[in-house]
Ligand binder design. Structure first.
Ligand SMILES: Nc1ncnc2c1ncn2[C@@H]1O[C@H](COP(=O)(O)OP(=O)(O)OP(=O)(O)O)[C@@H](O)[C@H]1O
Length: 221
């Protein structure tokens, strides 16, 4: 059964037809890469699939549930519990420690504090940042900051993590480490990812690749 099914997603910005009837599916424990030229609409699609933005038309079915019509607090509750996000620039809060940043989604969802702390500590171990828990983002390397952002994305145990150019701001060694981490999370925890990327290595290790071009999404071999 598919975790996510998107049907006939359409999005225009004024006269600009950015998404022209996109169909997309994602299974559990799969990494799906979306590639394509700059301005093709990759981020727009990712934001719509991740419910950060709304399509003009189309259907979004998450875990067998039609979420296309959700809005307001029901949509934000759904998003905060079912979806994780990783961006190119990690968007960590500079005044908070690594651990506090990781805990933010749990605070928002009012999850049990003790259990959340245990989960945050487990995630920091898995991501090899447990010795950085008390550091603020400014005291962390770029690779460590991005791993904190990955832990934050995983905090509420999302069905799907959406990542927009997650290694776009990393040097090749840190990028490679991050990519290995995605594979580990897929293999050990069945985590599913949708990743927009220009990074050829990341596209190559993904389970499937799609190309955005002229408003359409094509599956590549
Ligand atoms: N809020 C908006 N209002 C108007 N136009 C927008 C908006 N967001 C994106 N666009 C336009 O939609 C098109 C697709 O943008 P998008 O960011 O999705 O492309 P992309 O494939 O992710 O590009 P890149 O690889 O450069 O990040 C672009 O022409 C962009 O200028």
């Amino acid at each position: 059964m598919s975790l996510l099914i998107a049907k006939n997603i359409q999005k225009n910005y004024g006269d600009l037809k950015v998404l022209d009837g996109i169909d997309f599916q994602l299974e559990k424990a799969k990494i799906s890469a979306i590639v394509g030229p700059s301005g093709a609409g990759k981020s727009t699609l990712l934001h719509i699939l991740g419910t950060l933005d709304q399509a003009d038309n189309g259907e979004l079915i998450f875990d067998n549930k039609d979420i296309s019509k959700l809005n307001g607090s029901r949509l934000s509750n759904f998003r905060n519990n079912a979806i994780g996000f990783i961006f190119q620039f990690h968007n960590l809060l500079p005044e908070f420690t690594a651990e506090e940043n990781i805990l933010i989604p749990a605070y928002i969802s009012k999850r049990d504090q003790k259990e959340s702390q245990i989960r945050a500590q487990e995630l920091m171990k898995i991501l090899s940042i447990d010795n950085r828990a008390e550091h603020k983002p400014g005291q962390l390397s770029g690779g460590e900051q991005q791993r904190v952002a990955v832990a934050r994305a995983l905090m509420n145990n999302p069905s799907i993590v959406f990542a927009d150019e997650p290694s776009g701001n990393l040097d090749s060694k840190n990028a490679e480490e991050l990519h290995s981490l995605f594979l580990k999370l897929r293999d050990e925890f069945g985590q599913a990812f949708v990743i927009v990327t220009h990074n050829k290595d990341l596209a190559a290790i993904s389970d499937e690749r799609h190309e955005m071009r002229d408003g359409k999404l094509d599956k590549l071999n």
